[in-house]
Every structure is written in C-alpha cells, then in structure tokens.
Design a protein around this ligand. Sequence first.
Ligand SMILES: Nc1nc2c(ncn2[C@@H]2O[C@H](COP(=O)(O)OP(=O)(O)OP(=O)(O)O)[C@@H](O)[C@H]2O)c(=O)[nH]1
Length: 299
Amino acid sequence: MISTKLKRYYDPTFTVSDDYKDSLPDLQNGPASLIEGADVPIQQVGISDFKLPLKYPRPDGELITLETSVDGYVGLEAGKKGINMSRIMRSFYKFKDEVFHPDKLQEVLECYREDLDSQSAYLRLSFNYPIMQESLRSGLEGYQYYPVSIEGTMGKDGKFRKFMHLDFEYSSACPCSYELSEHARDKRGVATVPHSQRSLASMTVELDDSLFVEDLVEHCREALMTETQVMVKREDEQAFAEMNGAFQKFVEDAARLLYEQLNEQDEIVDFVIRCVHMESLHSHDAVSRICKGVPNGLR
Ligand SMILES: Nc1nc2c(ncn2[C@@H]2O[C@H](COP(=O)(O)OP(=O)(O)OP(=O)(O)O)[C@@H](O)[C@H]2O)c(=O)[nH]1
C-alpha cells in the first residue's frame, strides 16, 4: 500500500546542514556485529575501472594525456564492516592533474592508506599508449597503440613495489614450416607458403627504476624484430617478408629471446612473459610462459 504521509516531491532548494549530515546512516562504519559471513580480513576491496584523463611523460619531456581506467583497492581488517568506498575515487582525484610516471603511484598508495585507514593498498592504471612507428622502407609513419598498465602495491610493511604491463604484437613465421616449404620446392618444384601468424607477448615487469613505455617497446622490438606494421606499401610488405624470413621463431624462441633481452636491463628486477602464437596452421594457439624467477618475485 502506498503511504499517504510521504511526499512525492524533489526539493531542489534543500541544503544539507552539519546536523542533518550527522544523522545520515553510516553502515560501512558500523559495529562488527553488522558483518555478514566470516569476520576475517579482506585483502582487496575498492573500485574497478573508474575513468579519467591522466598525463604521462614522454622520453623527450613532452606530456601526453590519455583516457585511463583506474583500479584502486585497499585491505580491510577483520572487525571492520566496510571501507569508505567513495574515498578510493576522491583520494585519487587529489592527483588528477599530476604526471603519472610509475613512482607517482607510491604517493597515491600512501594517501589511500591514510585516507582509508588501511594497512595495504593497490593501484593499477590502464591505458592505450600511442607511439609513432616508421614504415620499413617507404618512409611513411603511423601510430601503433600499446595496451599498457602501470601498477603499484604497498603492503603492511609499507614497502612499495611497481610494475609495468605491456601487450606487444608481432609476427611469427614458423621455422619448421619454412624448411618443409623449401624441401617441397627443392625436391619437387612445388610452390609453397610457410605459415606465420599474428602473435602476442603479454608481459609484466617489476621495476627498480623508472622506465618509459618507449623503452619496454624498444626491448621487445630488439628481441623479436618482427613487430606488426602500421603503414605498409608494397616495398614495406616485401621488407616484412624478408624480415620474417630472417627472424623465424617458434613460441619457445619468442619467450627466450624476450628473456635474454629483459634480463640484461638493470631497471627491470623481475618479469613474467606469456607469448601466444595464434596459429594459422591450427585452430588452437601455441603458448609459452617464462619468468625470471627471482626469489619471492613474480611467478
Ligand atoms: N563500503 C561499501 N560502500 C558501498 C558499496 N556499494 C555502495 N557503497 C556506498 O558508497 C557510499 C560512499 O561511502 P563513503 O565513502 O563512506 O561516503 P561518506 O561517508 O559520505 O564519505 P566520508 O565523509 O569520507 O566518510 C556509501 O553511501 C555506500 O553505501 C559497497 O559495496 N561497500
């Protein structure tokens, strides 16, 4: 039954006094008796995928503003009903005009721990980062976009750890298919096309020092050589075919080439890489996963 005592009316002139505000229910700060389920700590609670434009530094000193998806979490102790959820976003907004190199995350995490009265905190910023890529022979150029995240964690000991995630697309020409194709040409004069595929290296690197996205992309390019191309005329396509002939790779080769390259970088303390070759030979993928394997590091 609809109550006749309640007004169906929105008052646009109503203002909130301090007394009125104090009278508002505040369930998340209520007593432990309100907890549902086991009264145990929660490792991460917060907000996923709130978006805002943020500035990032380029190696040449320029700044770039990119739409960013933010995941922010804190740890919640046993005995506490909930966190002040809106502070995850409100605290982050204190930094909205700053430049987000990975070390900036430490300041936000410290702010989270203080503002939300929490011992641990986690932050991840995800964005698509454009880098101009030159074509192989025609002198053209175009933007390659890289899915990137920078991530920071702060544990109960206050130790800050920072990570960068990158997805790098490349082409992998199968070395076995190449030899089989050459065999058919030599022995029987049969035309062949060895199979190759678009491939993806998804990596997480733990940083000791600062690292630009451009640096990590350059490490991938040097390791794999056959990055997918943006601008392609016929001379570029031919160059790409020659390049794939020169740098053929199994999925195991891709993982070890990246290992060799990243292992040489002083600013990278640890890494884990997953390579996926989306085979044109098969309807399934060939996959490899490799990690540096430092004690207590990424696995
Ligand atoms: N903790 C928690 N809050 C939620 C959830 N879903 C929605 N909220 C709401 O998030 C709103 C904002 O919470 P608070 O940050 O505590 O807001 P507030 O108390 O006005 O802010 P402060 O003045 O900073 O304490 C509350 O109205 C909650 O009901 C949830 O799953 N957990």
